[in-house]
Design a protein around this ligand. Sequence first.
Ligand code: ZN
Ligand code: ZN
Length: 253
Amino acid sequence: MPEVAGDDEGGSVLSIIGKILDIFYPRRCAICDKVLPVNEKYLCQGCEKLLKYTGEEYCLRCGRPVDDRQEYCPSCQGKEVSFCSGRSLFLYDTVLKESIIRFKYHGRQEYAAFYAKEMYQAFKKWIRQICPDALIPVPIHKARYRKRGYNQAEVLARELGKCSDIPVLTEYLVRGKNTLPQKELSERERLQNLNGAFYVRKMTQELYKNLNCVIIIDDIYTTGSTVEACARVLREEGIRKVYFLCISTGRGL
Ligand SMILES: [Zn+2]
Ligand SMILES: [Zn+2]
């Protein structure tokens, strides 16, 4: 029957294209970066066991793992923040560190599909309860964007948007100041460094004036100063509820 034959043909053409792409751009394991066997899409089997998760005991504010029955991690206790709460999926250990460095600085944008799939699977219920209007990736400065060619948080947010069917706003929040890399600074210096770094693009203000609830997307949650700086700007814009989702975080300090 011609229709069936046509369908088969379409399918096989796609799978041939897929196979050709696999030869020129082989899929790599998001953890060890080795080329994957054809039947694996994201990780090699050995690497699955290396992943460590933040787990079920987490700070109700920042999502970092806490000791039994503590509601908040020590660094969130008694602290006022602009966001409601947030979650991160993996513990930031050497395994995740290497993966995220390649994702962020060495062009491995493809890892985003793996991170997003895992994050969505783990936090689907949480996301549905929040019911956000949009996902907002933490922006990078345009000079850094030009140099790197992409913003890892934006790539991740797009993948999360595909999984969850939630719109992703990439032109709304902007990083106006090319800040120093945060990792070399203390928490106090981080906040100063980020002071005035983000703003909402004027021409998008009217278009998105009805935003009520959003999730900020980033790769790593460290001291929380980046998320806080973004959340503060979004709250000033009138967004009532701001949450965040990150790939990875360390233990509560
Ligand atoms: Zn691997
Ligand atoms: Zn906390």
